[in-house]
Design a protein around this ligand. Structure first.
Ligand code: ADP
Length: 480
């Protein structure tokens, strides 16, 4: 039972968690550093010590060879042999020991190196091929190997003299043993330390993330009032800011969607109600009265037109907003395009109820998506007509000056009040005074225009005076 309980409580390690990853990398790093230490300290310690010693002996040997003729020569040899614990001897070419000499050596038993040993030591040096040689050898009476420096000193009283330096290579095993133990302790300690550190760091790092994830879940469940908190780490704080921005945008989109549905359903319902009631009126009242019937049918046709206009605008809007169609930039002559649109309007209004004046100047070739730009210009002219008073004169100007082409759509209509002017580009915005019951427009026209200008990066705007008229414009660079 107990065992079973234990089994159930077994802690599951999430291998993708920040903590585990942290610990993993930290451990790999620690192991790598320790391996490096082990390798350097234990494997290479011997070699390193050897080469250091060889270097030292060579340096001393070379130095002493240079000092041979100097009167301090013997003092220097004594000095080095004492200081560095080296055996330094001077031998002549017959194998006789010249330095260091005791009185026994001189009087009783002069030390002579046998020829074979001499040749062994001074191989290559004796025949003058090189000045010195350094090698490692084992002497019978010594436990450890020694480094030997054998060099040619020069002639003294016609006899060749040689120098022989011997120094024992101390065993590094005991040092290595101590190091091994120390490294073992360091290894265990660093792994434990790494574990604790990685646990601490990962906890600190993951805490804000866990909190953010909780907030995001709240957001996902529809609570748009959430706020992602400030975090001390720059990267995570950036994420928090981005999420706050996304939440804001999401809230706006949801608001807009609500507005859109409310507006669209209202705008669809009104003409449908009118159509239905006028249909009923024709059926019940005016069916036999030709004059009234024609009037009522005309109302139905007008409302149906309004519905078509609304549906078309909505389709344009959704196309623009979802960026389904790519912007197709090409070189177009804006002057020509505007004139074409004017003739379209003139054909649609054959009774000459509106007067269009076109004014063009300079090179009016620009880069634009002609289909979309036509739609924007069409919307502007349509508004100029809709919001005109009695004098129905609309001026369209395409002027190039200093490489900048400016389009203007000028009307002498009702104008726009200054406090309304910033709002007219908004979706579904209609100046209240103009519409007790809106008979024209959907409130989408200028929003579509704005989107088209913005996707072209055009500078655009409106100047207007209430009761006098308006000028809608955009500017862009002329191209050759
Ligand atoms: P609508 O379909 O109602 O015309 P728009 O987005 O095209 O919608 O225009 C928004 C509002 O801006 C209009 O309802 C109107 O009040 C005002 N407006 C637009 N163009 C003009 C203009 N040329 N003169 C005066 N008012 C205008």
């Amino acid at each position: 039972m107990l065992a079973k309980n234990k089994e159930n409580k077994k802690v599951k390690i999430d291998k993708n968690s920040i903590m585990f990853t942290f610990w993993k990398y930290f451990s790999v790093f620690t192991v790598f550093i320790l391996l490096l230490l082990w390798l350097l300290q234990i494997v290479f310690l011997n070699r390193f010590y050897e080469s250091m010693k060889i270097h030292e002996v060579t340096k001393i040997g070379d130095y002493l060879r240079g000092e041979f003729q100097n009167k301090n020569f013997e003092k220097q040899i004594l000095n080095y042999s004492q200081k560095k614990g080296m055996s330094i001897e001077v031998i002549d070419s017959t194998g006789h020991l010249i330095y260091p000499l005791t009185w026994i050596d001189v009087l009783v038993n002069p030390k002579v190196m046998d020829q074979d040993t001499f040749n062994d030591f001074f191989a290559g040096v004796k025949n003058g091929k090189k000045d010195s040689r350094v090698f490692i050898t084992r002497f019978q009476n010594l436990e450890n190997p020694s480094i030997v420096y054998a060099g040619y000193l020069g002639r003294d009283s016609g006899i060749k003299h040689y120098i022989l330096i011997k120094t024992a290579l101390e065993p590094v095993d005991s040092t290595t043993d101590i190091l091994k133990k120390m490294l073992m302790i360091v290894s265990i300690m660093s792994l434990i330390f790494g574990l604790i550190l990685s646990y601490y760091f990962s906890k600190r790092l993951s805490k804000p993330l866990v909190e953010m994830s909780r907030t995001a879940k709240q957001l996902g469940s529809g609570d748009y009032s959430v706020h992602f908190k400030h975090v001390d780490y720059t990267e995570i704080d950036d994420l928090s800011k981005t999420l706050n921005y996304a939440t804001n945008e999401l809230t706006k989109t949801i608001e807009v969607r609500k507005d859109l549905i409310a507006n669209v359903s209202h705008d669809l319902k009104t003409p449908l109600t009118v159509i239905k009631s006028y249909g009923e009126m024709i059926r019940d009242i005016s069916g036999n009265n030709e004059k009234m019937r024609t009037k009522h049918i005309q109302t139905i046709i007008d409302e149906a037109d309004r519905l078509t206009e609304l549906v078309n605008d909505l389709l344009d809007l959704s196309k623009i907003e979802s960026s389904l169609e790519e912007v197709n930039f090409e070189k177009i002559d804006l002057g020509e395009l505007v004139q074409k649109i004017i003739s379209r309007f003139e054909r649609a209004m054959p009774d000459n109820s509106y007067k269009f004046i076109y004014e063009g100047k300079g090179n009016t070739i620009i880069r634009a998506d002609s289909k979309r730009l036509s739609q924007a210009i069409y919307n502007l002219i349509n508004n100029a007509i809709n919001y005109s008073k009695e004098e129905k004169e609309i001026k369209l100007r395409v002027i190039e000056e200093n490489g900048i082409v400016e389009f203007s759509c000028i009307d002498n209509g009702i104008g726009i009040a200054q406090d309304e002017i910033d709002n007219i580009w908004e979706r579904f915005y209609r100046v209240s005074a103009n519409h007790s019951r809106p008979t024209v427009g959907t409130g989408l026209g200028l929003y579509i225009v704005k989107n088209i200008f913005e996707m072209h990066n055009f500078e655009y705007g409106v100047e207007s005076e209430l009761g006098k008229g308006s000028r809608f414009y955009f500017k862009t660079e002329a191209v050759k």
